[in-house]
Write a protein that binds this ligand. Structure first.
Ligand SMILES: Nc1nc2c(ncn2[C@@H]2O[C@H](COP(=O)(O)OP(=O)(O)OP(=O)(O)O)[C@@H](O)[C@H]2O)c(=O)[nH]1
Ligand SMILES: [Mg+2]
Length: 402
């Protein structure tokens, strides 16, 4: 089972149940957009690492200033909020430059974390296996390297260095950077070893000629729940963003005679830090080598279309010119949460769409339709000639083929 043994441990040990304030920068052209879901999402992300969100505010950005990101007046207001809500951590729901981060920290006398930093934090707490941990450490170090200030990250906290404000002096930064480079090359070497083992596993898997299928999708869409349901496994599935960080593979029976290999992996999110995409290369490589992708979509989420586009965009980045829309089967999950009207609508649309299955892992609905669709796809696929041949129960067909 995919346990999360050290979840919350670091926070509790270091007494990090800390107040924070969230600022959502909104560009002028986006001001009419409904931001409710974004606000909820960043708040959930913060609570995931035991931060106590005291106050959250949307700020309209007319022009991003190179020094502070925000206008001076806005930054003055942040000072007031921080004092009023006894917080010494400011979360910015966007990516800011290292210089902007440093200047904000200096002028607000508090720690500033941007969206990338926050996601890295969560990954740092979730990583369980050695492989997962190394990949997160690599991403965090690459992020830190670009910062002039030492960041408030899980690595820093593990060293007990949490809580400093501003940044170390230039000399310190240089020696920090040298140290970081050393650690990066050490991690890269360790990762290489793990990767060569994975390559051997992948080669063996290819030899077995079994179709290899990966579950992909936005974080919290229900991938692990579906994985457990289809494989009778018990991997960690929880109402928590980035519950899964490592890839798990199991057999999933298609018929009484044969099976496919199903893989559950890390979820995606809007603005997934590039550091993570790069560092999680081996984990995400499983997607590269998949014969089909089951794109799990939480159809009950009002933002499902945006989430779907986000996932497709990240897939296109990972797969490059290998991105093949025809490999994707969409699982419209959490149908149990739809109201009557939407349920009728989505049932009709999914029936018309050949690549979509309406699903509820909670009510255990949709499995048969999904496995039938996968079987039909495999049957049409020349690559699986031998697989189909071996599973065919039609003896006449077998004789003609012989
Ligand atoms: N109501 C309902 N809840 C579901 C369904 N499928 C999953 N969930 C819930 O959704 C939450 C997230 O499920 P997971 O399976 O962990 O989601 P995931 O996509 O693996 O998430 P990450 O690993 O964080 O990317 C859990 O609380 C599940 O119980 C469903 O069909 N209906
Ligand atoms: Mg999961």
């Amino acid at each position: 089972m995919n346990k999360v043994p050290h979840l919350n441990k670091i926070s509790k040990d270091n007494n990090l149940n800390q107040n924070c304030i969230i600022i959502n920068p909104i560009q002028v052209f986006e001001r009419k957009k409904n931001t409710k879901y974004n606000e909820e999402e960043i708040s959930n992300l913060a609570q995931n690492i035991n931060l106590i969100v005291k106050y959250q505010k949307n700020i309209i950005i007319r022009k991003i200033t190179p020094a502070l990101f925000f206008g001076k007046g806005q930054v003055q207001n942040f000072k007031i909020y921080l004092k009023e809500y006894s917080s010494n951590l400011l979360l910015i729901n966007s990516q800011i430059s290292p210089i902007q981060q440093r200047n904000l920290e200096l002028s607000l006398h508090c720690k500033v974390l941007d969206r990338t930093g926050l996601i890295l934090e969560i990954f740092g707490e979730r990583a369980v296996t050695k492989h997962g941990k190394l990949q997160v450490d690599l991403a965090t170090l690459s992020y830190q390297k670009s910062r002039l200030v030492r960041s408030w990250t899980h690595l820093e906290r593990q060293r007990g260095g949490y809580g400093f404000m501003g940044g170390p002096g230039e000399r310190q930064i240089e020696s920090d950077k040298r140290q970081i480079n050393k650690r990066i090359s050490k991690i890269k070497n360790e990762l290489k070893k793990i990767e060569s083992n994975k390559l051997i596993q992948r080669r063996n898997r290819n030899k077995s000629l079994k179709p290899f299928i990966s579950l992909v999708g936005y974080t919290n869409a229900g991938k692990s729940s579906i994985f457990n349901y289809l494989t009778k496994e018990n991997v960690y599935a929880k109402n928590q963003l980035f519950a899964t960080l490592d890839t798990t593979m199991r057999k999933c029976s298609l018929s009484y005679k044969n099976h496919i290999i199903l893989s559950d992996t890390v979820g995606f999110i809007t603005n997934l830090p590039t550091e993570l995409v790069v560092s999680f290369k081996t984990t995400l490589d499983e997607i590269h080598f998949s014969d089909y992708l089951l794109h799990v979509i939480d159809i009950s989420n009002p933002e499902w279309e945006t989430q779907k586009k986000t996932v497709e965009k990240i897939l296109a980045t990972i797969l490059g010119d290998k991105f093949d829309q025809t490999k994707i089967i969409e699982i419209w999950n959490k149908s149990d949460l739809l109201n009557k009207e939407n349920l009728i609508y989505f049932t009709n649309v999914s029936k018309r769409n050949k690549n979509t299955i309406l699903f509820s892992s909670k009510l255990k609905e949709g499995k048969e339709e999904l496995l039938n669709l996968i079987s039909r796809r495999i049957k049409k696929n020349k690559k699986f000639f031998l697989f189909n041949f071996a599973t065919s129960t039609d003896s006449k067909k077998i004789k003609t083929l012989l």
